[in-house]
Design a protein around this ligand. Structure first.
Ligand code: CTP
Ligand code: MG
Length: 177
């Protein structure tokens, strides 16, 4: 396979893990998962992790994977499709990764919403990859092999830096990082 197709397919298989964060931000709110409970004086997760956001995020990832399967089938593309378990794991895993990162941030004394560079950019990816390996090893080993993981590892920081610079130039963000 050519390098370009390797890169495009790597992006394709991980897309369902990228959508959940935005869906959670749009549809989130309401009851916090930790319902305000604290651990050693600090919130367990914080108000940024809600049931509604988590459900919306996980469903969005799952739904996107199913839509991608349809597109794949209709266009007759010879690219990977998602098993139901892989689709569900990518969406839910992304949310669990993000929730785990909030748990860690609260333990380190970072208040809700404060940026935590690098962790904020990879938590959902790590969660999605771990859960899909755990629940659908065959799919994961086939579609998220070392080459693909390497490509995604290199691409992720690049995507974030570029998106932030565009956001800054477009006056959406106050800082270019
Ligand atoms: N969100 C949610 N439930 C989740 C994840 C996100 O409701 N499981 C919503 C919340 O409204 C949150 C927003 O999406 O404020 C942005 O998500 P994120 O940046 O992950 O949360 P933060 O508010 O920054 O909190 P934290 O510091 O814990 O990451
Ligand atoms: Mg945040």
């Amino acid at each position: 396979m050519s390098l370009v197709s390797e890169i495009l397919i790597s992006i394709w298989v991980i897309l369902p893990a990228y959508l959940p964060n935005s869906a959670a931000a749009v549809f989130g709110g309401g009851k916090a998962i930790d319902s305000g409970s604290k651990l050693n004086g600090k919130r367990i997760l914080g108000d940024g992790k809600t049931w509604k956001g988590t459900l919306a995020g996980a469903s969005a990832g799952f739904g996107l994977a199913l839509i991608m399967n349809q597109i794949n089938m209709i266009l007759g593309l010879e690219i990977p499709s998602f098993t139901l378990i892989a689709a569900a794991s990518l969406g839910l895993g992304a949310m669990l990764g993000d929730i785990s990162a909030s748990f860690l941030k609260r333990r380190l004394g970072k208040d809700r919403g404060r940026p935590f560079p690098v962790l904020d950019q990879v938590d959902f990816l790590i969660g999605a990859i771990l859960l899909v390996y755990l629940l659908d090893y065959l799919w994961a080993a086939q579609n998220l092999d070392l080459t693909t993981l390497g490509i995604l590892g290199l691409l992720t920081p690049l995507v974030h830096v570029t998106a932030n610079i565009i956001g800054y130039k477009a006056d959406i963000k106050d800082e270019p990082w």
